[in-house]
Ligand binder design. Structure first.
Ligand code: DUC
Ligand code: ZN
Ligand code: ZN
Length: 467
């Protein structure tokens, strides 16, 4: 036995109980009362602490080319920041290039990630080109390699049309893959952008208005219908609006395997942020929505219709956000010239656990949303997402009494600001272990560049709304 975490309170998605947790060769080797250490075992006193599975962030964009720049956190900075917020696995997005077979896309991206990642990682593939049978068929090579999840964008110039989306869904049903979708109505979004700009409406509020509740909700409804037509499951990423939430619930009530992810920024902020002085720092897609939508998403969390919480971490510097005022070439900017995305990778687990500590949800629910459900959805439950003998020893020690105010100075990523500045959390992670190795303790990153490994996922076959 290498490590013995003694006297803590173990929290899983299902239950809470006092137990010791033993780790041998990076795996959980025993969970029980009064476990005895060997002479070489490091013993950690966890009295007064919660012992949790490391979080799995199912949605990040590290070193992602977007809006004329690249997101600020590379695979090192992003995974370092993840570790310091109790996240031990991240799922990053590969953007398939035009004409690129899926396996080539995985290898291209893993060449960037493997030398740098400080916690474990896996990928979803953002599909941009299935215009030939060979490219569509290459999805199966990705599944065989261990990357069985794909994402389709209904918006952006690299997004696909409904025909390609439908073909991806059909293919996924045959090969054991899960399709995620970024749902926003591209055509309406583009019309609104043109109208607002013609009227001289250029600030970040109009980013929200051009991607308003209905622009997202309509696309959610359409995506669910396409999945029903193709007879397969669907994972709606970063759900932020009431209409979409209601459509997810209705489909699930009818027995369809429709799953939804939301993000902490939609649970904490509303569209009011787009009235702030630095509203441009909050520009992400989808944008934060109104209070009615926020309440609906929280209700979805409580009812079980939201399956996961993930971050959509995609930070940019304030100088880049300022391109909404003046573009890099010196000409006037507007809301469309602000790179989309915000930092959040270090805040997800602490925020959700803090909400649990404040009594809004249970700690079990926070674990389910941030660790156990992502592992089940993405084919990782054979090795991660829970505290169970035989699984990877991805473990977080959480001090429910430690209060924490988020500041950018206390974060470990590379960007120069956080939209979470000043947010007050009740409780905070005090240690993170990735496969039994201490990577974070008391505010300090202790991991190493390159020690994270690519985790291969099993094929995904979701037939019902239950996980
Ligand atoms: N949304 C963002 O805010 N950033 C990157 C990609 C996305 O869909
Ligand atoms: Zn997206
Ligand atoms: Zn995203």
């Amino acid at each position: 036995m290498d490590l013995l975490i003694k006297g803590g309170t173990v929290v899983t998605a299902e239950s809470t109980f006092k137990a010791d947790v033993a780790v041998t060769n990076g795996k959980i080797s025993a969970i029980g009362s009064n476990l005895k250490a060997d002479k070489n075992t490091e013993v950690v006193d966890a009295k007064g602490k919660l012992v949790l599975p490391g979080a799995i962030d199912g949605h990040t964009h590290l070193a992602m080319p977007f809006g004329g720049t690249i997101s600020t956190d590379d695979y090192y900075d992003g995974t370092k920041s993840a570790a310091c917020g109790g996240t031990t696995t991240v799922f990053d997005f590969i953007l398939q290039q035009k004409g690129e077979p899926m396996l080539d896309a995985i290898k291209r991206r893993d060449a960037l990630a493997a030398p740098d990642a400080a916690v474990d990682y896996s990928f979803h593939i953002g599909v941009s080109d299935v215009t030939t049978p060979e490219l569509l068929d290459s999805m199966e090579d990705a599944v065989k390699f261990g990357i069985p999840s794909f994402k389709v964008f209904m918006v952006y110039d690299f997004g696909v049309d409904d025909g390609s989306f439908y073909q991806v869904l059909q293919k996924a049903a045959k090969i054991g893959a899960l399709v995620g979708v970024h749902a926003e109505n591209r055509d309406v979004n583009n019309v609104l952008i043109a109208q607002y700009l013609a009227e001289g409406k250029t600030d970040a509020w109009w980013h929200y208005m051009s991607k308003n509740e209905s622009v997202e909700g309509e696309a959610d409804v359409r995506a669910i219908n396409l999945a029903k037509m193709a007879g397969t499951s669907l994972y709606i990423v970063h759900l932020a609006n009431k209409q979409g939430m209601e459509a997810v619930r209705a489909a699930r009530d009818e027995g369809y395997p429709i799953f939804a992810e939301t993000c902490p920024q939609y649970l904490y902020f509303t569209s009011e942020v787009y009235k702030r002085e630095r509203a441009r720092d909050f520009v992400c897609s989808p944008p934060m929505k109104n209070k009615e939508s926020q309440d609906a998403i929280w209700a979805g969390i409580k009812s079980g219709d939201i399956a996961t919480v993930a971050t959509d971490h995609c930070p940019f510097t304030q100088a880049e956000k300022d391109w909404g005022i003046t573009k890099p070439d010196g000409t006037p900017g507007n809301f469309t010239t602000i790179p989309n995305g915000c930092a959040g990778i270090e805040n997800m687990y602490p925020y959700m656990l803090s909400e649990a500590n404040k009594g809004r949800i249970t700690f079990n629910k926070a674990v389910e949303l941030c660790a156990t459900n992502p592992s089940k959805l993405f084919g990782l439950d054979y090795c991660k997402g829970a505290l169970r003998v035989g699984l990877d020893a991805d473990i977080v020690l959480y001090d429910p009494k430690k209060n924490f105010t988020i500041t950018n100075a206390a974060m470990h990523g590379a960007t120069d600001h956080t939209i979470w500045e000043g947010a007050k959390l009740k409780g905070y992670p005090v240690a993170t272990y990735c496969r039994g190795k201490l990577v974070f303790k008391d505010g300090e990153f202790l991991g190493k560049r390159g020690e994270g490994k690519l985790i291969k996922c099993k094929p995904i076959k979701l037939k019902t709304p239950e996980l």
